[in-house]
Design a protein around this ligand. Structure first.
Ligand code: GLU
Ligand code: MG
Length: 426
């Protein structure tokens, strides 16, 4: 039996219902709602469910699981049901004997980040979430506005919705740093402040839910798929990565004497990601549609290379000229908002730490627009392409021992099976 903090018990008294959520292998939440009067019991003992009814999650012969709420994630929702408050909590998935389920993505990331912490590294991630808004016109969906990058009303019609979204996210404990209209008509972006990797992965999942709820209030349809408009810009989920000292919070990627103010640790970490980029693509660009986004000319990466303030590369070192300092981080541009952020962050951390272990060198930055670089020049510089299909990325994942180990054998096998099925249209 677990000890439940008094604070949670008193918070829980203010609500009528609690959503208990875990994530499946796609990174999508599943939910059971309990009445708050049952919460004390559920918090101490967990609540049982049938894992075999969740696709790819468990075999029927060993399908009893228990959801154990993660107290740290208790949040009262910013909206009520019939005047009654509702709270939500993420849960970890365990076998009835308390052993963690190896296919629980939160468990995988928690395990990997805890191991890194023991080596003196806290993995920090921030994200930029892009999405489209559509309005319904009879049976057709039309782009909500014809605004462009950083436009304001009346061309931008999404501003009030973005502010509604921000208020809801802030009430859920997010620190929203920026919201704006993106490059394509109908396209928007919300950026939240970096946090430890598990918190950011939880935030991405919650952001999708809140975004859908807010869009529904507005009578709009939101689409955060990688390529909602075939000839338009894609939706990215750029992830800003750094390592900090778990005790002092100091940014270990910062060195005022380094190129772009990057420390040696940052360079090794980046080289690790470049080295494992193809396998990581299976986690970052996890749907067949993701590969329609990773094409030249749309500010989405196609080639495995890095640069400073260059939006055609796979890893950018942003804000160097603007911030001059401590905020130094790596912007990994491959992910889109349909990825499973838990598995992606576990893979990125393992790849980066492998770069540190092997003291890998990322080579010189690419300063030119790499979309326009001739094939010969790319060959001369050893710039390879990212996988161009989900199957190709899965092949790379299956032959990458470092990323596979971070996911764990059972999780990796189940993930590859599920994604091969999606790749073949299943
Ligand atoms: N929408 C672009 C993408 O698909 C990114 C634009 C940007 O740099 O913010 O990744
Ligand atoms: Mg953007």
């Amino acid at each position: 039996m677990r000890k439940v903090s008094e604070q949670i018990i008193s918070e829980a008294k203010k609500v009528e219902f609690v959503w208990l959520e875990f994530v499946d292998m796609r990174g999508e939440p599943k939910r059971v709602t309990v009445h708050a009067s049952l919460l004390g019991e559920v918090l101490e003992e967990g609540i049982g469910f049938d894992g075999s009814s969740v696709p790819n999650y468990a075999k029927i012969e060993r399908s009893d699981f228990v959801l154990l709420p993660d107290f740290r994630t208790f949040k009262v929702l910013p909206w009520k049901h019939k005047g009654k408050a509702v709270a939500k909590m993420f849960c970890n998935v365990c076998y009835p004997d308390g052993a963690p389920h190896p296919c629980d993505p939160r468990f995988v990331l928690d395990r990997e980040t805890a191991a890194a912490r023991r080596q003196g590294y806290e993995f920090m991630v921030g994200s930029e979430f892009e999405f489209y808004l559509f309005r319904r016109n009879d049976d057709k969906l039309e782009l909500f506005d014809d605004g462009r990058y950083f436009d304001y009303p009346p061309r931008d019609k999404g501003e009030k919705l973005r502010m509604d979204l921000t208020i809801a996210l802030m009430e859920l404990g997010f620190i929203v740093e920026k919201i704006h209209h993106e490059v394509n008509p109908g396209q928007n972006e919300v950026d939240f402040k970096f946090a430890d990797a598990l918190t950011t992965a939880d935030n991405i999942v919650t952001c999708r839910q809140v975004l859908e709820a807010v869009a529904e209030e507005w009578g709009l349809k939101v689409d955060y798929g990688p390529k909602p408009v075939p000839k338009g810009m894609g939706n990215g989920l750029h992830c800003h990565l750094s390592l900090s000292n778990p005790t002092t919070g100091e940014n270990l990627f910062y060195d005022p004497k380094g190129e772009y103010h990057m420390s040696e640790v940052a360079r090794y970490f980046m080289a690790g990601i470049l080295d494992h980029a193809s396998a990581l693509t299976a986690l970052a660009a996890s749907t067949p549609q993701s590969y329609k986004r990773l094409v030249p000319g749309f500010e989405a990466p196609v080639y495995i290379c890095w640069g400073g303030p260059n939006r055609s590369v796979m890893i950018r070192v942003p804000g160097f000229e603007l911030r001059r300092g401590k905020g130094v981080r790596l912007e990994f541009r491959v992910p889109d908002p349909l990825c499973n952020p838990y598995l992606l962050f576990a893979g990125l951390l393992a790849a980066g730490l492998d770069g540190i272990d092997r003291r890998l060198d990322p080579g010189p930055p690419v300063l030119e627009n790499v979309y326009r670089m001739g094939e010969d020049e790319r060959k001369r510089r050893g710039i390879k392409m990212l996988p161009s299909t989900l199957d190709e990325a899965l092949d790379a994942l299956e032959s990458d021992d470092v990323v596979k180990k971070a996911l764990g054998e059972e999780m990796c096998d189940a993930y590859v099976r599920m994604k091969r099925d999606e790749a073949s249209g299943g």
